[in-house]
Design a protein around this ligand. Structure first.
Ligand SMILES: [Zn+2]
Length: 395
């Protein structure tokens, strides 16, 4: 089975009938189905499958051991996401293993395919949850207390699906086995005009929650002058984010999620939660966030509201390992180098082990939405490039 056929196998799993596209989240039926599907496909290829203490699934070719060559990605999605972000890397890894076995290749060191848990943070808000727990970049107690939109904690969600939340936490022994990590991923913009590129860097990015608090009241009987409506400063903040990003130059600031409480058509909200996503090649998103927060405070004050800021995640800029990138470039001749403003598990691992990425062309340039796409020919090119890379690294 090639990567295109593997992706076709999961085309019906986790479809989101409301939003369109896919909603595949941790500790849901779709998440469990995908984890089982991966384990089954890995076993069919003769790999030994194990789930680590943080819910990441590892499939080993050869006994687990030091200096392993590891590839993989994730199977979860954003709410209403595309079919390729994550699954392309997993399907390509499985196809690459099969390709290498067909070539008669026997790895000289352990080779593993990993599926990281909750890379998008689509359910519990923190991206790269599985890889951050593995490396110790996310505190286990903080992780267990994370809550989804319905108020369910990560600990309770894991328990409900038969997983043990008490095992979450750093896994230095496992991390020490990883000699090199290479993640193949669909390109998330229109930067590639050839099938495959090589990741050079990931820009700094983070997520912040702003909670505006005012006074809940009646939409009809409350005079405009008597209102303390938190939606007013929230709306001003959406516009301030766009202005702050434009002022900073080459920076992206987005409000993609805004939740009024209680959220009634004829109700002035008592509070509004707003999530701000900022990404900047300048290295520090702090000044842009300060700029937005300044505008948010001013607008909140003018309306008689308050605003509180919570940092949900912060990812420093990543430059991928030069020596590894050079080996990827040698294995995939002609592939251009590419920096990305999208976060990845490879970016988390890069702070601990040599890590690198392959990107596969996306003709729509759209990602985190149903229109995300990769042509079959490019998918196969990507899987072949990954096989060439793994052969070079594991020989
Ligand atoms: Zn991804």
């Amino acid at each position: 089975m090639n990567a295109v056929e593997l992706l076709a196998e999961i085309t019906d799993v986790g479809r989101d009938r409301t939003r369109g596209g896919y909603s595949r989240h941790l500790a849901t039926a779709a998440g469990s189905d995908l984890r089982d599907w991966f384990a089954e496909q890995a076993r069919r290829r003769g790999l030994d499958v194990e789930t680590d203490r943080n819910g990441n699934v590892w499939a080993w070719w050869g006994a687990p051991g030091p200096d392993a060559v590891v590839t993989g990605s994730h199977l979860d999605s954003v709410p209403g996401g595309g079919a390729f972000d994550g699954p392309l890397g997993v399907a390509s890894a499985l196809a690459a293993v099969q390709d290498l076995a067909g070539r008669g290749f026997a790895p000289a060191r352990p080779l593993a395919v990993v599926v990281f848990a909750e890379e998008e943070g689509g359910r519990f808000g923190v991206p790269c949850l599985g890889s951050r727990l593995l490396t110790g970049d996310l505190d286990a107690d903080r992780a267990r207390a994370l809550r989804d939109a319905d108020g369910v904690s990560l600990a309770d969600a894991l328990t409900a699906r038969g997983d043990d939340p008490s095992t979450l936490g750093p896994d230095p022994e496992r991390l020490a086995r990883v000699g090199r990590f290479v993640e193949l991923h669909v390109e998330q913009g229109r930067a590639l005009d050839v099938p495959v590129g090589i990741g050079s860097a990931i820009v700094a990015h983070g997520r912040w929650r702003l909670r505006f608090t005012g006074r809940g009241d009646h939409a009809g009987t409350t005079a405009l002058t008597d209102r303390r409506d938190p939606m007013i400063p929230a709306a001003a903040t959406v516009l301030a984010a766009r202005r702050a990003a434009a002022r900073a130059g080459d920076t992206r600031a987005t409000v993609g999620r805004l939740v009024p409480n209680p959220g009634g058509t004829n109700v002035i909200a008592s509070s509004v939660d707003l999530w701000l996503d900022v990404r900047t090649p300048a290295g520090d998103p702090g000044p842009v966030v300060d700029d937005v927060l300044g505008a948010a405070r001013e607008a909140a004050h003018a309306e008689g509201c308050t605003v509180a800021l919570t940092v949900e995640s912060l990812s420093p800029a990543v430059t991928f390992d030069d020596a590894l990138a050079a080996r990827l470039a040698a294995a995939v001749p002609g592939a251009p180098m590419l920096a990305t403003a999208a976060g990845h598990d490879a970016g988390v691992l890069a702070a601990h082990v040599p890590a690198g990425m392959l990107h596969v062309r996306n003709p729509t340039g759209v990602s985190h939405a149903p229109d995300e796409h990769a042509e079959d020919g490019d998918v196969e090119c990507g899987a072949r490039a990954l096989a060439d890379v793994l052969e070079e690294l594991a020989r």
